[in-house]
Design a protein around this ligand. Structure first.
Ligand code: NDP
Length: 246
């Protein structure tokens, strides 16, 4: 029996990048998986198809993380379709890199709404259904703890908020047997943060391993935290950054 057999996971922003890798890895470990996406329906259905071809079960739900009602509906659709919810992965996130003084209110609101308000709303909705053994896992960022480069002020603020959200909620719901953890990636090669180009050079140089990370290296940590062997880990900020914050 696989580690996540009979478990149901919901991964927000699961159609590309880190979220898609997490969805596929949780499915490979035996979970039934729902993913949300904002815009790219074909990328989302490609993830579902890959999981199904490997013998797993998955659905894709359109739900912008900034849309409170859509996020709540995504949780309800997951439970209505698969009958339960054991693992929530708050992965949907965005950055709008630019000097802080040039950031518009609209841009700051967008980053806040997706990266932290979306996490609050999805987690509240998920907790209505979660039982003992449940897992809340958020994808924060290494810049939620230390920021080596300019241009990420509102983003880093939201990721620091994800960190404290994790610690505070872990305290509040530990008695229910539900763990709450924060996986903090360093530079990972995705559409959001490609390993090529000017922006990548200082990020790669800041890591101890002198390289970008791969999406499967984040998915491996999430799979561990989602699984039974992480039962005594809660309120933790688990940095997977090639030593960037060392
Ligand atoms: P990508 O931009 O490569 O992928 C983002 C995924 O999220 C896509 O599936 C996208 O779907 C979905 N998405 C984007 N906006 C929304 C939204 N408003 N509502 C729902 N889904 C949405 O990002 P990454 O994979 O790089 O990032 C994933 C998470 O990891 C984010 O929280 C990010 O902050 C964090 N992270 C990433 C790092 C990196 O170096 N890549 C480093 C540290 C943290 P669609 O195409 O439909 O919009």
């Amino acid at each position: 029996m696989s580690k996540l057999t009979d478990k149901v996971a919901l991964v927000t922003g699961g159609s590309r990048g880190i979220g898609a890798a997490i969805a596929k890895r949780l499915a490979a470990d035996g979970a039934t998986v729902a993913i949300t996406y904002a815009k790219d329906a074909s990328a989302a259905s490609a993830v579902v198809k890959t999981i199904e071809l490997d013998g797993g079960k998955a659905i894709a739900i359109q739900a912008d993380a900034a849309d409170v009602e859509a996020v709540k509906r995504a949780v309800e659709t997951t439970v209505a379709t698969f009958g339960r919810l054991d693992v929530l992965v708050n992965n949907a996130g965005t950055a709008i890199p630019k000097p802080f003084e040039e950031a518009t209110l609209e841009e700051m609101n967008r980053v806040i709404d997706i990266n932290i308000r979306g996490v609050y709303v999805a987690t509240q909705a998920a907790l209505k259904h979660m039982k003992s053994g449940g897992r809340i896992i958020s994808i924060g960022s290494a810049v939620g703890e230390r920021v080596a480069a300019p241009g990420l002020v509102p983003y880093a603020g939201t990721k620091g908020a994800v960190k404290m959200f994790t610690q505070a909620l872990a305290r509040e719901i530990g008695s229910r047997g539900i763990t709450v953890n924060n996986v903090q990636p360093g530079p990972i090669d995705t559409d959001l943060n490609p390993a090529s180009g000017d922006w990548a050079v200082p990020q790669k140089a800041a890591t101890a391993l002198d390289r970008y990370g791969r999406v499967d290296e984040i998915a491996a940590m999430v799979a561990f935290v989602a699984g039974p062997e992480s039962s005594y880990i809660t309120g933790a900020n688990l940095t997977v950054d090639g030593g960037m914050n060392a």
